[in-house]
Design a protein around this ligand. Structure first.
Ligand code: PBG
Length: 336
């Protein structure tokens, strides 16, 4: 009998001993409140032009920009590992960028062609496409910009609608507006319905903060804004009520899933959103959160696998039903 189980001469008189339920792994599994599974995960992936390309992103070790041929192979593999959905981000060559992001709604653009090819090769995987102009604009902002450098809301929404329609036409299952313009969810929903895409869903980046944690992602896409910052459209990190307002609006406008982004520094927001809505809640474990864990692990300072699982479990415990994470493939392998 283990010493923990044996009584002493004079035990404390305690009516509750929470440690009883932590005594063995079997018991701990029985009373565990949050179980992370592969079904919770959405894999963000980067696609680039060309063939035979698999280029590692310096600030995101283990993440790559894939050309379409290799992306398809990778997606077949992750689908085999049980991952249900991918979120696509394109790396657009400078030649195809302009001030207004016209390439974003090219029916034969990189994203549109990628969606068609995935649908053919791996029909079961859910495809989520990003709706925002930053990968396509020379200035790197998510919207159209006037001569004074201001981001134009309503004019941008018109372009986003074209972009979302072209993605739906290509076969996207969900469109995911990540731009934070006002009214874009409603405008996109109406346009999708009018064109007959009633089953294409909207994963709304509802509470998206102006965050320094997006740095490595902007390296990946070469999409760092050429001037200013994104604070006139993305949210102030200090605000929580505003997140609930954004969520409420997006739901009223027709969102199917709402998202909080980033995740780790915003667990309280995830929690509040979960309590305040009946829709599924997604959280985006963003590039900077990924990079911090990778960097510490590469230095031998943390146990990488354990930290990954603890971090993602914290997001689920906070209320996330779905987690977009660059760790998706690694975690799928760990949970097998
Ligand atoms: C842009 C977009 C960003 C991310 C997803 N979509 C960056 C930004 O807003 O500048 C960040 C994702 C990440 O950091 O992992 N529409």
């Amino acid at each position: 009998m283990s010493s923990e189980n044996s009584s002493t001469d004079k035990p404390l008189n305690l009516s509750q001993r929470p440690r009883r339920l932590r005594r063995t792994e079997t018991l701990r599994k029985m009373v565990r409140e949050t179980i992370l599974t592969v079904d919770d995960l959405i894999y963000p992936m980067f696609v680039m032009e060309g063939e035979g390309q698999k280029v590692e992103i310096a600030s995101m070790p283990g993440c790559y920009r894939f050309s379409l041929d290799l992306l398809i192979k990778e997606i077949a593999e992750v689908s085999h590992l049980g991952i249900n959905a991918v979120a696509l981000f394109p790396v657009i060559s400078e030649d195809d960028k302009d001030d207004t992001g016209t390439e974003s709604y090219n029916p034969e653009g990189l994203v549109q062609e990628t969606v068609k090819a995935i649908k053919k090769a791996v029909p079961d995987i859910m495809i989520i496409t990003d709706v925002a102009l930053d990968p396509f604009t020379t200035h790197g902002h998510d919207g159209l910009v006037d001569e004074n450098g201001r981001i134009l809301n309503d004019q941008t929404v018109e372009v986003l609608v074209k972009m979302a329609l072209s993605q739906a036409e290509a076969g996207a299952d969900f469109v995911a507006p990540s731009d934070m313009m006002d009214g874009r969810i409603g405008a996109i929903r109406q346009a999708l319905d009018a064109e007959g895409y009633i089953n294409v869903g909207i994963l709304a980046y509802s509470a998206k903060y102006a965050s320094a944690y997006y740095g490595p992602f902007r390296d990946a896409l070469d999409s760092t804004p050429k001037f200013g910052d994104k604070k006139t459209y993305q949210m102030d990190a200090a605000n929580a009520k505003e997140a609930l307002k954004e969520i409420e609006l997006d739901i009223a406008e027709g969102a199917d899933i709402v998202m909080v982004k980033p995740a780790l520094a915003y667990l309280d927001i995830i929690h509040q959103v979960k309590i305040n809505t009946n829709l599924p809640v997604a959280a985006y474990n963003v590039s900077g959160e990924y990079a911090m864990i990778k960097a510490a692990a590469q230095n031998g300072w943390i146990d990488e696998k354990k930290v990954i699982l603890e971090t993602l479990t914290s997001m689920k415990r906070a209320g996330a039903d779905l987690i977009l994470t660059y760790f998706a493939k690694e975690v799928a392998l760990m949970l097998m």
